[in-house]
Design a protein around this ligand. Sequence first.
Ligand code: SF4
Length: 141
Amino acid sequence: MGDLNTAPAPIRAFHIMAKPAGAICNLDCKYCYFLSKEMMYPGSRFRMADELLETFVKQYIEAQKVPEMTFAWQGGEPTLMGLDFFKRVIHYQQKHAKPGLTIHNALQTNSTLLDDWCRFFKEHNFLIGISLDGAQAALSR
Ligand code: SF4
């Protein structure tokens, strides 16, 4: 049995799902449970500020002692933040990454706003989850 005083520090791994546009979405599916969360933040712009983005990326990396980690982006609709927001995500991840750390990104989207995003997703190896809510929203009208 090992000595507790000399045991290596535990690896701390956890997962956060970031919602940079909060509960805002460009669709309005009548079954959506999440859009009403908007009312919990009166006066909010529902846009993650650039300073907060860098702080989040830095602290998420620093808080975990793991060889690889995943940033998960969801909403609402995260692509409402625009492609430049996610270019800054990559910039801050590269800026704050520790040597040997592999960073992954996963993004869940209704895909209706994607146009010239795919090259960026491919270049940075994003895992993309596409929900079919757009079709459901259209059918429900
Ligand atoms: S696309 Fe998703 S987040 Fe947007 S309204 Fe529909 S269920 Fe809600």
